[in-house]
Ligand binder design. Structure first.
Ligand SMILES: Cc1cn([C@H]2C[C@H](O)[C@@H](COP(=O)(O)OP(=O)(O)O[C@H]3O[C@H](C)C(=O)[C@H](O)[C@H]3O)O2)c(=O)[nH]c1=O
Length: 190
């Protein structure tokens, strides 16, 4: 069964001036992503300090979002959490190191929470989303939720969080609106 989370390797074309990279080509990426996927919004975030942790975030229906995530600068430990109701891997996560250097992208479908922690200063993350920003549908789970048990690589000073993320609830009280499609999460490895 196909892993719902996809890792996509982009190609860097180097020459004496520097390099060129295609970050998204709809008809070519379609082979690796979901068939009827259509991205409608591009986002970018900048984090000055390593150890900046954003997440675990997701939007609820009717504005749930699939995401394609990569690094424009620096690097992140990127996490996707299975939140699909009835999934045998509910509450399990996968992680991947995405960096400007490795050009890796992680695809996170609807039904998964997303978060990352930055591994370098001045890290910039770009991501495409498949539905528009809908603050009324924003939801999240706390980064250190014991039920999730995410092994974040953190600096000794701990993570830098927004006040919003500090106040997020744990998985215990969450009632998932996301259906399970029969594809369990397969750990890609870190
Ligand atoms: C997501 C979003 C935010 N905003 C505004 C709302 C706030 O005034 C400001 C910062 O938003 P927030 O603190 O939610 O940003 P992050 O903590 O980086 O959250 C994002 O990063 C995690 C890892 C995700 O996967 C989500 O896509 C997204 O929630 O941008 C917008 O105007 N449009 C948007 O699409």
């Amino acid at each position: 069964m196909p892993n719902p989370i996809k890792l996509i390797k982009t190609r860097r074309f180097s020459d004496p001036r520097g390099w060129f990279r295609e970050n998204f080509v709809e008809n070519r990426w379609a082979d690796q992503l979901e068939a009827d996927l259509h991205f409608v919004q591009d986002n970018q975030s900048y984090s000055a300090r390593p150890g900046t942790l954003r997440g675990i975030h997701f939007q609820l229906p009717p504005h749930a979002q699939a995401k394609l995530v990569w690094c424009l600068r620096g690097s992140i430990y990127d996490v996707a959490v299975d939140l699909r109701s009835g999934s045998p891997t509910y509450g399990h996560y996968v992680s991947a190191e995405l960096s400007a250097e490795n050009g890796m992208q992680q695809f996170i479908p609807v039904g998964f929470g997303h978060g990352f922690v930055t591994l370098e200063p001045d890290t910039e993350v770009a991501y495409k989303v498949s539905d528009y920003y809908a603050p009324e549908c924003e939801a999240g789970l706390r980064w250190d939720c014991p039920e999730l048990g995410i092994d974040w690589p953190l600096p000794s000073s701990g993570p830098l969080l927004s006040s919003k993320d500090e106040a997020l609830p744990g998985l215990a009280g969450f009632s998932s609106p996301f259906p399970y499609d029969g594809n369990p999460l397969v750990a890609i490895g870190d």
